[in-house]
Write a protein that binds this ligand. Structure first.
Ligand code: COI
Length: 351
């Protein structure tokens, strides 16, 4: 197997055309990308080359059966120009967990990290210093074999593309609690970062948008009584001083930011219960004024407060807190990501 990465650099960088102070999430991509093919049972020909379109047969299985998985990660630059990723080992493990569920061959760890670190070093000028600036990393795998039998492909492409990022949501986030549609089911692929999980949310989420809500908090598919996750984020509830979040299972993504928040809550001696959270108890707490916060956690969204929700025609606004858990966790998380503080759990990965 040839695992030496062949590098071809662009002769025209786009970097001077980018307004780094006004970035919309995921619209601008850096000059280069990483690519590696799965052929004849092995991952071969890793390359870094100029970002751009590539040819895939119209019969490629990714187009017909959605055999595709991805990851979301970030790189940050500290005040001394050192680059760090945040817990990339977790994303590596998860992309292969997702891949396995979609019958996609696992990607080798050495190639994942070599490809990623080489690409980040080449694109270092795209990572801007300062709180809130990051380089979003999108590794993904697609089934490229041209064959439309409904069975796993024998050819795949693993790629990494990079996009400079600031915030994911540019407005206050209000959510609908799901009552009809579902994101995932028992025994399904909800835990995986499968491309189709996201497509399945677009239509119900567009209905939520029409009602003025940015997101849906998905509930369990069988009863719609328990709150699970928001699709772009895992979800936390603060009732009085207690934090609640749903346990991960085969319907819920095992979010890296989610697990970091759980650890930070423990580090801050904040009581946290990881258990099923019912719609009824959250509405009851909101009525009594005991629901102090809802916030989402995710790589792209970081920690995002949720300002209100609707369920069953009942609309609730959440209080604006001076010292919210959301802002505490966001501050502490970013201090670690930007190398501004100790890293007691070894979450930073120097590039
Ligand atoms: C991420 O947070 O990295 C995700 O993959 C969510 C995506 C919808 C932007």
């Amino acid at each position: 197997m040839n695992t030496t990465i062949k590098v071809t650099l662009t002769d025209h960088s786009k970097i001077n055309e980018v307004d780094f102070n006004n970035l919309l999430f995921g619209r601008v991509f850096t000059d280069h990308m990483f690519e590696c093919d799965f052929v004849d049972g092995e991952w071969v020909n890793p390359v870094i080359k100029p970002y751009g379109p590539f040819e895939v047969e119209p019969s490629a299985r990714v187009f017909h059966y959605g055999q595709a998985v991805f990851e979301g990660m970030k790189a940050f630059k500290d005040d001394n120009d050192t680059i760090f990723m945040f817990r990339p080992d977790e994303n590596f493990r998860r992309i292969n967990k997702s891949a396995k569920r979609l019958a996609i061959p696992e990607f080798p760890e050495n190639l994942f990290f070599d490809g990623l670190t080489n690409l980040l070093r080449i694109e270092k000028n795209w990572i801007k210093k300062g709180r809130g600036n990051s380089l979003y990393i999108r590794p993904f795998v697609i089934a490229t074999e041209g064959a439309i039998a409904a069975s796993p492909a024998s050819k795949y492409k693993f790629m990494i593309i990079l996009s400079p990022a600031q915030s994911y949501y540019n407005q206050d986030v209000r959510v609908l609690f799901a009552e009809k549609y579902s994101r995932s089911a028992d025994g399904g692929v909800g835990f995986a970062k499968a491309a189709g999980n996201y497509a399945a949310q677009f239509y119900p989420t567009s209905l939520a948008h029409e009602k003025g809500y940015q997101q849906i908090i998905w509930t369990d598919a069988s009863t719609h009584e328990y709150l699970e996750e928001a699709g772009t984020m895992n979800i936390f509830f603060r009732v009085n001083d207690m934090l609640l979040t749903a346990p991960t299972n085969d319907r819920i993504l095992d979010g890296v930011t989610r697990k970091s928040v759980i650890q930070l809550a423990k580090d801050n001696d904040i009581e946290i219960e990881i258990r099923r959270v019912s719609v009824a108890e959250i509405k009851e707490a909101a009525k009594k004024g005991e629901l102090l916060e809802i916030f989402g956690s995710g790589t792209a969204a970081v920690i995002n407060p949720i300002h209100g929700f609707e369920h069953g025609g009942d609309i609730f606004d959440l209080p604006k807190l001076e010292n919210s858990y959301a802002s505490l966790f966001k501050q502490q998380l970013m201090d670690i990501q930007y190398n501004l503080t100790e890293d007691p759990h070894n979450w930073r990965y120097k590039v």
